[in-house]
Design a protein around this ligand. Structure first.
Ligand code: ZN
Length: 339
């Protein structure tokens, strides 16, 4: 080997060593926990030990979920008390035939008068003592609001996701917690946002469920409340919600990491008023999986532009399989952190 050749060999080895060091750094960074939660929440977060990875994730049929989205939006806008709303109720019920389904029907007293509200709850039994609740609202706004829209992302995407989760849970024996899927109603405000505080004029359906379960003792058995909302956006970036329970968001982040989907989760902090609040205020650990940035400056939200072409089956697949993986982790985290 000549001196010149030796020089080039040394140079090549040096370059490869540097490259390897860089890779190690990248891997180490990927193994860090997901983006840090706000400082106070992080400081009070209990140490979490996750169970070992349980192998390949359960399948989630995203194309079938997307078919459900299209079928729901085909009914048109679905505000409370409308004929379209009734059709979507029947549609959801029809997809749950043979399952253990409970209808929670009541009349909500709203600033616009009294309206029928219909929560649909499907129950899938596990052998562990406790319940994981997964919820999505399926209504769209009352027509008094400035625009009427079909809510492909806001309401239909997450409701379709739950229908596909039902397919995955149906008939399978589970050695984990029972899973209750809740298609809740009357999440949207009746008045335009500017006229009343959101919390005083929304979440009618899920508040009713939380009250009922508090009264009959069910609430004590709920180990976790996972909410899906606006999860179909093709440009999927799930917020880290400061109104959710930090440890449960870390479970979701761990599930996303195990599936290689961590880049879609928790890069942005947000504070979201949504269907989880009635459970949060009653001490149930909650995580709201929401991408509250739908188009530049959320421009498609609550507008006629909230249509199926803005969604992608891949986003449904990402959130659906992260939900399933989160449940698998929760089933094996014994005991779960205190509320
Ligand atoms: Zn909405």
């Amino acid at each position: 080997m000549t001196g010149a050749k030796l020089f080039w060999w040394i140079l090549l080895i040096l370059a490869l060593t540097l490259l390897a060091c860089d890779r190690d750094k990248e891997t180490a960074q990927n193994q860090l926990p997901p983006a840090a939660a706000p400082a106070p929440a992080e400081a009070t977060r209990p140490p979490l030990t996750f169970p070992p990875d349980s192998g390949p994730a359960p399948a989630f049929d995203a194309d079938r979920a997307m078919k459900y989205v299209k079928e729901i939006v085909k009914f048109g806008p679905r505000p409370l008390g409308s004929a379209n709303h009734k059709k979507v109720e029947d549609y959801i019920d029809s997809r749950l035939k043979g399952d253990q389904v409970e209808d929670d029907i009541f009349t909500a007293d709203t600033p616009e008068g009294k309206f029928p509200v219909h929560n649909i709850i499907a129950k899938y039994r596990g052998t562990k003592d406790g319940i994981i609740v997964i919820a999505s609202h399926y209504d769209t706004n009352y027509p008094l609001r400035k625009t009427s829209y079909i809510g492909a992302n806001d309401g239909a995407s997450s409701s379709a996701l739950l229908l596909e989760l039902a397919n995955q849970l149906r008939g399978k024996s589970s050695d984990g917690y029972s899973v209750w899927l809740v298609w809740d109603d009357a999440e949207e405000a009746m008045k335009p946002d500017t006229e009343m505080p959101f919390m005083d004029d929304s979440l009618y359906g899920i508040e009713h469920v939380a009250q009922k379960w508090q009264a009959d003792g069910t609430l004590k058995k709920v180990k976790a409340f996972l909410l899906a909302d606006m999860i179909g956006d093709a440009d999927l970036n799930i917020d880290r919600d400061q109104n959710s329970t930090p440890w449960l968001e870390y479970v979701v982040g761990e599930a996303a990491k195990r599936l290689g989907y961590q880049s879609h989760f928790f890069a942005r902090d947000n504070q979201v008023s949504d269907d989880h609040l009635p459970f949060m205020k009653r001490g149930v650990p909650c995580a709201d999986l929401i991408d509250f940035s739908y188009g530049y400056n959320n421009v498609f939200w609550h507008t006629p532009q909230d249509t199926v072409d803005k969604l992608s089956p891949q986003s449904l697949e990402i959130v659906g399989s992260v939900m399933l993986e989160s449940m698998r982790i929760l089933d094996r985290m014994d005991p779960l952190p205190p509320k």
